[in-house]
Design a protein around this ligand. Sequence first.
Ligand SMILES: Cc1cc2nc3c(=O)[nH]c(=O)nc-3n(C[C@H](O)[C@H](O)[C@H](O)COP(=O)(O)OP(=O)(O)OC[C@H]3O[C@@H](n4cnc5c(N)ncnc54)[C@H](O)[C@@H]3O)c2cc1C
Length: 383
Amino acid sequence: MDPWALSEPWWPAAVIADLTGSWRGGASLYAQVAEDLGTPGAARSPGDAGAVAPAFRLAGLDFYPVPRAVRDSGRRWSAYSPLDYWRDPVTASPIRALDGVTIACQHTVERVLLRDGRAAGVRVVRAGETDPVDIRADAVVLAAGTIENSRLVLRSRVNGGTERRRLSGLSDHIVQGFTLTLPAGAVDPAAALPTGHFVAPGDDEHRSNLFLSIGELAAGSVRIEVSTMGEQLPNERSFVEHRSAPDGTTSVHVGAALAEADEALVTEQQRRLGDLWRSLGPRYGTPATPLVFGGLGTWRPLSGDLVTYASALGTVNHEGCTIRLGDGLTERHEVVDLPGLYVLGPATFPRLGAANPSLTTLALSRRLAGILAGPPWEGIGIA
Ligand SMILES: Cc1cc2nc3c(=O)[nH]c(=O)nc-3n(C[C@H](O)[C@H](O)[C@H](O)COP(=O)(O)OP(=O)(O)OC[C@H]3O[C@@H](n4cnc5c(N)ncnc54)[C@H](O)[C@@H]3O)c2cc1C
């Protein structure tokens, strides 16, 4: 999470301190998770570039290697999974026994069960079957992605008798960029930038990180991908809504709209992409064609194989911010009006920032696990 976004009054002070300072007297949650991933460098956010020298400067911006949580084992790599606690991520051989843990694969949670206004379990349906099964629990943790987490919270509220059917503030990353491939032999190696993935970090004014990837393709051609990923701020016109029809069926609806501050961000992103495009020209002999963008959710072919694009909003990149820590959620990750129901994932971010969300998602999961496993007064700030 970019330091300019992980800040009060958006994020609760106690959560910021646990993520970046110290968790229960030990290393910060970010540092612990990065250590678990085997990539301590991943604890750096793009805005926290002080420890690493820029790889190059272009269009007035410093570009740094992108921090990545990739574990390499020779020619193979493995993505992180919580299951790594029990089995080797590469060979899949067991590391420890699943004592007291049952994993119910292929079960879809239909809804949260309530008893006396408290979460008391979940109703699930196994794939290929129609009869639901109830699983009873003292604490229920939703980790089903932003839209589904939102649906389950809204449905619980409806079942609990409240009329609050909408969670506003749904936020996604605002992503625009351009791509092109230059034929083999067209690039002067003396003028070319290094190959790899680089980022120019944003700040609280621009709220966007600018990514530049340069790769050599098999036949000697060069692929250039430039994208900027910016923060959509939570607003009332972006939401997840639960609707019930007269026949008893229910459906989930998503609305996505830019706030005024975000419109300015979109324009500034395009200006900076244009600057970068022009500064690539002398190095790569690219045409002087001006970059033109369509609306959100469109790709636009320009000359040669130069293409610009702007992602759609709502459910595309890194949607979050519907059940926010310190707002709809307590600092213990518990839904304010549904005790016993806890939520994880980007849905719980008070604001999204511009950086990719997963390190923060993992760190917050570790925080909630500690809170649920330990005495209730541990791991929380005193409000
Ligand atoms: C193409 C793509 C690339 C991305 N790249 C990056 C990246 O480079 N870096 C980054 O930080 N983020 C990236 N993201 C975003 C990241 O994947 C999400 O933010 C993250 O997965 C959200 O984590 P989560 O645990 O909240 O939910 P998820 O990872 O979506 O996990 C939810 C799980 O719950 C299950 N589930 C859903 N509904 C139910 C239900 N009713 N009952 C039972 N189970 C259910 C799902 O099957 C799934 O296994 C990317 C996303 C996409 C789509």
